[in-house]
Design a protein around this ligand. Sequence first.
Ligand SMILES: CC(C)(COP(=O)(O)OP(=O)(O)OC[C@H]1O[C@@H](n2cnc3c(N)ncnc32)[C@H](O)[C@@H]1OP(=O)(O)O)[C@@H](O)C(=O)NCCC(=O)NCCS
Length: 187
Amino acid sequence: MKKGLLTHSLTHSLTHSLTHKELLVGDLEELWLIFQEDAELGKYLRFEIPRNFAELEALFFSWEKKNKNKQVVRWGIFYNGKLVGIVSLQNIIYQSGKRIKNVGELGFWVAKNFRKKGIAYYSAKKMVEHGFNKLKLHKIIASCVVDNIGSQKIVEKLGMRKVGLRKDHYFYLNRWWDMFTYEILEN
Ligand SMILES: CC(C)(COP(=O)(O)OP(=O)(O)OC[C@H]1O[C@@H](n2cnc3c(N)ncnc32)[C@H](O)[C@@H]1OP(=O)(O)O)[C@@H](O)C(=O)NCCC(=O)NCCS
C-alpha cells in the first residue's frame, strides 16, 4: 500500500475512534487510574499529579470553577469510549482593561499506553478549531519544555510559529527548565 493511502486510512479510523467531551465527576475514577499508572506524567504538565483521590476531586472542582468563569475549556479525550487524555484551552482572556486580547493557551496530554497513534495531534487540532471557530479567539499560544520533542512536533504540525525561548522558566525536580513558546493567529 502507498504511504499516502495508509496515512489516510489511519486518520479515518482514528477520527472514528476519538470523541471529546467536557470531563464529568463520573470520569474521575478513570482519570485516577491513568495518574496512578504513570508516575512520569507530571514531568511536563503545569499541575501536580494528585497524590490521592481527594486531591484529584479538589483539582477537578478548581477546573470546574474556571470553566464556569469561561477561563478554560477542558475536554476529556476518549478513545473507543475510554478516557485516555485531556486537551484544553486555558487562561482564556477576551479583554484586559481597554485592550482586546481574545487569546487562549493550548495544553494536552495522552496516557502512556495510547501514545504515537496521532491522538494528541488530532485532539489539539480539534481544540484549535474550536478556539477560533466557536470561542472566536484571535490567537492561540502554547509552551513546550525544550526536552519535550513530542509536544513541539505537535504544535509545529498544527502550524504554530515558534516565537521564543524562555530560559529557566521554572524550577522542578532539582533543575531549571527552559521552554519554547509558540503561537498561531486566526486565519
Ligand atoms: C507529548 C504527547 C502529548 C504526545 O502524544 P501522542 O498522542 O503520542 O502524539 P501524536 O501521536 O499525536 O504524535 C504527533 C507527532 O509527534 C510525534 N511524537 C509524539 N511523541 C514523540 C516523542 N516523544 N518523540 C518524538 N516524536 C514524537 C509523533 O511521531 C507524530 O509525528 P508524525 O506526525 O510525524 O507521525 C504525549 O507523549 C504526552 O502526553 N506526554 C506527557 C505530557 C506532555 O508532554 N504534554 C504536552 C505538554 S506541552
